[in-house]
Design a protein around this ligand. Structure first.
Ligand SMILES: NC(=O)c1ccc[n+]([C@@H]2O[C@H](COP(=O)([O-])OP(=O)(O)OC[C@H]3O[C@@H](n4cnc5c(N)ncnc54)[C@H](O)[C@@H]3O)[C@@H](O)[C@H]2O)c1
Length: 401
């Protein structure tokens, strides 16, 4: 019976079409692409698309998100995977170094790990690559003068911003919260830290699920935006002490930490959706002296009983809640199909030498955005064949205008 990876591959329609084209055009023939991105079914579809374009692949994952089924699936298809489901920074770095030891010409990075480590032991022949995230861009920007290769930041594409960060992250964080906790969202006070593209989607999805949502933002412009979008934006202290659920999604360090333990309500649930696991300072909380007992429940729920009798819960140890925990699904297939097709097209542009070295840590070129958007629209509105269902759909659509 085909498994979930096959289902995901069947639904990543843009990537499938791109793979068909790449099989003809072979933009990566003779090249190796090193990747450091979550190893889960949608990534498998991206990696096999690059392989169809002639690339040799050497891949590792990110902290705590590697899915063994995906590793096995890729291995059976000739992809070299050096990864384990680990939370250990040293082991993660060892895997990244093993990828770089093969001197890939192109790097597909997620969080800036590969490019930052490349600088500690540079090699000749690196053409450039891509970086997926906001957090990676922030890490790589100060390194531009030393990197001096084309690096296109997928996160800065408007398509990635609205399709994934805004619409998909919010939806998958809500889905993960429900799956892990099995708790009601209606009437719950939910505080979202950060009102960027991801945070606004998280806030919107919890509001749609009947929660009373507050937003905490350090940027007054974003805070105003949240207020005018209809959220309560009280002080950090009020929002923290009244919350039943707190979700961090900022990219910043120690957004919630040991100092907040005194504020938290009995039973408060903390979860992080930002890229790095340090937004909730779990080590700081554990070593604060306020903790009387820890209990690890199944499915990624950790309970911390405080000395005064209150208990607070942390989901998936503060790792990205939508990519950790039991049977994590991550962001919706369509949103990732779009983002990963941007990845494939950007790597193609770098491989073909169409991006110059000045374009180091810069947004996706607008012509690639337009091409990917048009390709998705073409799938939604296929050219009508006489008598086909799509003709009927198109006519009905026209008639309704
Ligand atoms: N979970 C996922 O699937 C997923 C997907 C995409 C991005 N991300 C990650 O989510 C994080 C946020 O991404 P984004 O695109 O929304 O970023 P963004 O930069 O658009 O927004 C982050 C917001 O957080 C605010 N902020 C910073 N520190 C804060 C603090 N201490 N308290 C309150 N607000 C604070 C900033 O002012 C900013 O408005 C990043 O780490 C990104 O890599 C996660």
């Amino acid at each position: 019976m085909p498994g979930r990876i096959e289902w995901v591959r069947s639904q990543t329609r843009l990537l499938r079409r791109t793979a068909e084209e790449f099989a003809e055009t072979r933009p990566f023939a003779g090249m190796t692409i090193g990747t450091g991105i979550h190893l889960e079914p949608k990534t498998a579809s991206l990696l096999l698309t690059l392989q169809a374009g002639g690339a040799g692949l050497v891949c590792t994952g990110n902290l705590n998100s590697t899915q063994p089924e995906t590793v096995a699936y890729l291995g059976e298809r000739g992809v070299e995977v050096i990864a384990s489901q680990t939370q250990d920074l040293e082991e993660h770095e060892k895997n990244l170094r093993a990828v770089l030891a093969q001197r890939p010409q192109l790097l597909l990075d997620n969080g800036g790990d590969l490019f930052a480590l490349y600088l500690t032991d540079p090699y000749s022949g690196l053409l450039g690559g891509t970086e997926e995230t906001t957090s990676g861009r922030a890490r790589l920007l100060p390194l531009r003068d030393r990197l001096r290769v084309p690096i296109l930041v997928i996160n800065d594409s408007p398509i990635k911003q609205f399709a994934e960060n805004e619409h998909a992250v919010g939806q998958s964080v809500l889905e993960s919260y429900l799956r892990i906790t099995n708790r009601m969202t209606n009437g719950q006070r939910v505080t979202v830290f950060g009102y960027g593209a991801c945070g606004s989607g998280v806030a919107e999805n919890f509001r749609a699920a009947g929660s009373l949502v507050s937003v905490v933002e350090v940027d007054p412009v974003k805070r105003l935006q949240a207020l005018l979008d209809g959220y309560d934006t009280p002080s950090r202290e009020v929002a923290t002490s009244s919350a039943d659920v707190i979700i961090t999604v900022t990219g910043a360090r120690t957004v919630i930490g040991a100092d907040d333990l005194l504020l938290l309500k009995d039973g408060a649930i903390l979860a992080n959706a930002g890229h790095f696991p340090f937004e909730i300072d779990v080590p700081g909380i554990r070593s604060s002296g306020e903790i009387r007992r820890e209990t690890r429940y199944d499915d990624g729920i950790q309970a911390y009983e405080l000395r005064d009798g209150r208990t607070v819960y942390v989901l998936t140890d503060g790792h990205m809640v939508n990519l950790a925990g039991p049977r994590p699904l991550g962001n919706s297939i369509e949103s990732m199909d779009l983002g990963f097709t941007l990845q494939a097209r950007c790597l193609e542009a770098v491989a073909r030498g169409l991006v110059d070295t000045e374009q180091c840590v810069v947004p996706v070129p607008p012509e690639i955005d337009r091409r990917v958007a048009q390709a998705y629209l073409d799938l939604q509105y296929p050219l009508a064949q006489p008598g086909s269902r799509s003709t009927i759909t198109t006519r009905a659509h026209d008639a309704s205008r």
